[in-house]
Design a protein around this ligand. Structure first.
Ligand code: AHG
Ligand code: MN
Ligand code: MN
Ligand code: MN
Length: 334
């Protein structure tokens, strides 16, 4: 099958016109993301044999215990991209502050910034369950040739020029959008090449899977409690199936292919858990480009104006009819 399929490299060259601004720069950025993904994939596949399982002994700015693989993936992506002088700034779930990319002949002349969750689903590493990487690309708003500023990173999701994820699952896949639909590529690890395996991915308009950490049920807003009960009722195509891996990338990937909704609600004391910049915006862009919907329960995720690098928002993303149903339950419970 591979011989007849397009490689990711060929696909990017053929679709360069999709990159509205500077196609060369974005292609080079994708080449680096592809390379970093292969390095991390190789390491993930060896977890258990090499010393990469378990805690790194540090906490990140969000108060989470960093896993060794969180730290490793973060370093691989940052180094791979900095060494190639492609972007002018990077920010990551695992870093307190954004990184200004300096040096080279034209380090600060680059126009793009990268935001990422280098290792999503860390809690699954030790038990051999799928993890992922999420990334998002914006054009800087500050003047080219000067160091990046915080405002470059605090842009609403509608300004994204590209977003994607890598899933290190039964096979490794890279799924991305530049605002012209969503395409998925599967890695053939024997030859280190990604091939187009899932062209033009579309979210089914309806689904019968709901994904939420129901252990937190007592803390959820009343509208979400009511929606979960609705999912469990016996009527029409219900009850729906409950599927929750605890790895956003994997839960979203399954729901996008099969039809379903992912939910991480707010509670009385939290604004949910998922990070607007590193998780929600890129997943919302992919969801919308695949014909789905992504909301904080009331408003469109991609229209939220970020106020800080690590802010969290409630997240409801998936098949359009299911997300609209949740929004109705939330507004009715008010
Ligand atoms: P990360 O591993 O990048 O910190 O993200 C974990 C996130 C997300 O992947 C997952 O859906 C969610 O946390 C699971 O949280 P709970 O364990 O609270 O359900
Ligand atoms: Mn984390
Ligand atoms: Mn994550
Ligand atoms: Mn992470």
């Amino acid at each position: 099958m591979e011989g007849n399929s397009k490689t990711l490299g060929e696909f990017i060259i053929e679709n360069q016109k999709e990159f509205k601004y500077s196609s060369g720069e974005l292609s080079r950025l994708f080449n680096s993301i592809k390379l970093a993904a292969k390095i991390v994939s190789h390491k993930v596949n060896k977890a258990g044999l090499v010393d990469i399982i378990g805690g790194a002994g540090e906490k990140n700015i969000q108060g989470e215990d960093q896993q060794k693989l969180d730290v490793y993936a973060n370093e691989v992506f940052i180094k791979t991209i900095i060494n190639r002088q492609i972007v002018c700034g990077i920010t990551s779930e695992e870093n307190d502050d954004f990184i200004t990319v300096q040096g080279g002949d034209n380090g600060n002349n680059n126009k793009y910034i990268l935001l990422m969750d280098p290792l999503d689903g860390s809690s699954n590493i030790d038990v051999n369950v799928s993890v992922g990487t999420i990334f998002s690309v914006y054009r800087r708003i500050s003047e080219v040739g000067t160091p990046v500023i915080l405002e470059d990173f605090l842009q609403p999701g509608i300004n994204q020029v590209a977003a994607g994820y890598i899933i290190y699952g039964t096979s490794t896949m890279l799924v991305y959008t530049t605002g012209h639909g969503v395409n998925g590529f599967t890695l053939n690890p024997a030859i280190g090449t990604f091939y187009l395996s899932h062209p033009k991915i579309k979210f089914p308009e309806d689904g019968n899977i709901y994904s939420v950490n129901e252990g937190n049920y007592v803390h959820f807003p009343q509208g979400i409690k009511n929606y979960i009960k609705f999912c469990q009722q016996e009527e029409g195509d219900r009850p729906y199936s409950s599927r929750y891996i605890g790895s956003l990338v994997s839960d979203m990937h399954r729901n996008m292919l099969k039809g379903g909704i992912y939910m991480y609600p707010s509670t009385k004391s939290t604004n949910g858990k998922l990070r607007l910049l590193y998780e929600c915006n890129p997943m919302a862009f992919i969801t919308e480009q695949a014909g789905g919907k992504a909301s904080d329960g009331v408003s469109r995720i991609m229209e939220i104006e970020p106020t800080s690098l690590h802010e969290r928002v409630p997240f409801y993303s998936g098949s359009i009819n299911m997300v609209e149903k949740v929004e109705n339950f939330i507004s009715e419970a008010k």
